[in-house]
Ligand binder design. Structure first.
Ligand code: NAD
Ligand code: UGA
Length: 456
């Protein structure tokens, strides 16, 4: 029986391993983490992350061939294949601070693997890493006099939060990078065979390790760039009377452009887009490629502009003062169907509103615990209430920041009746029926569309 160990039981390690275990009953999967609370939660039905459909997948395999443990060393020792899926955040200190990836968690894993292994292993980079990380890892793994052989593969993950289960079950592609040596190709084939249990072989792409590492950063950079591009156009739409949804539709029907990732919004969030682009910027700079670095940095700059622009619109439309005004935030997660708040645009919006002395009330169906963790210094200034009706009561304005589908179904007449007038609504996701809101009496502002206001 093939034995897999995955180091890191987070948003990627947990779901990916649960899917492998579900699809490959003859593979034993052990997920290990140093975070005891997370490991304990994976063993209950109250999973540590919210992801639609994930509990069913976990329940099918847990206790059969899917296990969770804090015994990292034992997990590594027993495994034939070790996936490393630890966090690789942006470095906050020293050389490359604010740009480069912080590889300390990855390197700690490599050292641990080297330390405790007594048999040959395939090591799989699941975390998103800078190009040529595998080379550094191989040096760490093969340092000293341990005779064990480690073959490093790159197998970046492309799942998106909120749709992780569908993405893992039916991915556009799986990418595996291996060395062009005999042992590299053998290891690569071992991993291909595992995925081929449920994914058609033509969708399992293979490449060399460096191409695989770089493809992951590039994919995220291209996706984020599309969001920044349409957001740049949204500002122009507001200035000219064009409608960004019409523009997105018109260009998206061109098969060369395609319709996806053209939704203008408050801005992209999530733990990866910004981090991975900055990593790409750092890589370009370290190879002396300043123009490509500047090009990609602009995608992040545009995103920050969009977030700040949203707050400016709120301030200006509410008579240039929001001090003492109650403002209800509908949605704090960085997108719908996740409780994840990392790099959520809501963080900046709430901070800027609090900086203007507004009374902010945050509402979200799944992300309030994480929201509190994002705003530790503002806990005495910001209220949290899961119930959007309660959050909006007495408010001067609502800012909708996450496209939770339940927000579409709210009774906005009831909400309007309970608010201070004039009642403003700022739809940061363009998901509500703006004409209906206007007819109720709201002052309606959205992204990249003309405002609908009763005030002249
Ligand atoms: P995460 O923070 O949710 O999980 C990482 C886990 O690793 C944590 O639970 C942490 O305790 C554990 N860990 C750290 N050091 C450890 C060590 N030395 N030993 C054991 N456990 C350790 O992160 P994530 O969102 O799952 O992301 C992991 C990687 O996958 C990142 O490189 C990220 O860029 C990439 N990625 C993330 C997503 C996503 O949607 N979140 C998608 C694709 C790729
Ligand atoms: C993204 C990628 O889609 C995944 O392929 C990748 O694996 C992952 O990053 C990663 O490496 O972490 P994720 O961040 O979970 O996935 O979610 P997305 O659906 O990509 O959305 C990212 C952000 O862009 C969200 O804030 C979303 O609201 C925003 N977005 C997306 C828009 O504003 N407009 C769009 O048209 C699409």
């Amino acid at each position: 029986m093939t034995k897999i160990c995955c180091i890191g039981a987070g948003y990627v390690g947990g779901p990916t391993m649960a899917m492998i275990a579900k699809k490959c009953p003859d593979v034993q999967v052990m997920v290990v983490d140093i975070n005891e609370e997370r490991i304990a939660a994976w063993q209950t039905d109250d999973l540590p992350i919210y992801e639609p459909g994930l509990l069913d997948v976990v329940q099918e395999a847990r206790g059969r061939n899917l296990f969770f443990s804090t015994d990292v060393d034992q997990g590594i020792r027993d495994a034939d294949i070790v996936f490393v899926s630890v966090n690789t955040p942006t470095k906050t200190f020293g050389e490359g601070a604010g740009c480069a990836s912080d590889l300390q968690y990855w390197e700690l894993c490599a050292r641990r693997i080297k330390e405790v292994s007594t048999s040959d292993k395939i090591i799989v980079e699941k975390s998103t890493l800078p190009v040529r990380t595998a080379e550094a890892m191989e040096r760490v793994l093969h340092s000293g006099d341990n005779p064990v052989h480690f073959e490093v593969l790159s197998n970046p993950e492309f799942l998106a939060e909120g749709t992780a289960v569908a993405d893992l079950e039916n991915p556009d592609r799986v990418l595996i990078g291996g060395h062009e040596t005999g042992s590299g190709q053998k290891a690569l084939q071992t991993l291909v065979d595992i995925y081929a249990t449920w994914i058609p072989r033509e969708r399992i792409l293979t490449a060399n390790v460096w191409s695989s590492e770089l493809s992951k950063l590039t994919a995220n950079a291209f996706l984020a760039q599309r969001v920044s591009s349409i957001n740049a156009i949204s500002a122009l739409c507001e200035a000219t009377g064009a409608d960004v949804a019409d523009v997105a539709h018109a260009i998206g029907t061109d098969s060369r452009i395609g319709a996806k990732f053209l939704k203008a919004s408050i801005g992209f969030g999530g733990s990866c887009f910004k981090k991975d682009i900055l990593n790409l910027v750092y890589l370009c700079e370290s190879y002396g490629l300043q123009a490509p670095a500047d090009y990609w940095r602009q995608v992040v700059a545009m995103n920050e502009y969009q977030e700040t622009r949203f707050v400016k619109t709120m301030l200006q439309s509410m008579f240039n003062t929001i001090a003492g005004k109650r403002i209800a935030i509908f949605g704090f997660a960085f997108k719908a169907d996740t409780g994840d708040t990392r790099e959520s645009p809501a963080i900046r919006v709430c901070r800027e509103l609090a900086g203007e002395h507004a009374e902010v009330v945050v509402s979200d169906p799944k992300a309030l615990d994480n929201a509190r963790l994002e705003l530790p210094d503002l806990l005495d200034q910001i209220e949290f209430d899961e119930d959007p009706y309660a959050a909006a009561e007495g408010a001067h304005a609502i800012a909708l920041l996450t496209e939770w589908k339940q927000y579409k179904e709210l009774d906005f007449q009831r909400i309007y009746d309970s608010m201070t007038k004039p009642a403003f609504i700022f739809d940061g996701r363009n998901m509500l029926d703006h004409q209906a809101l206007f007819n109720i009496g709201f002052e309606v502002y959205s992204i990249g569309k003309g405002r609908k206001t009763h005030l002249k």
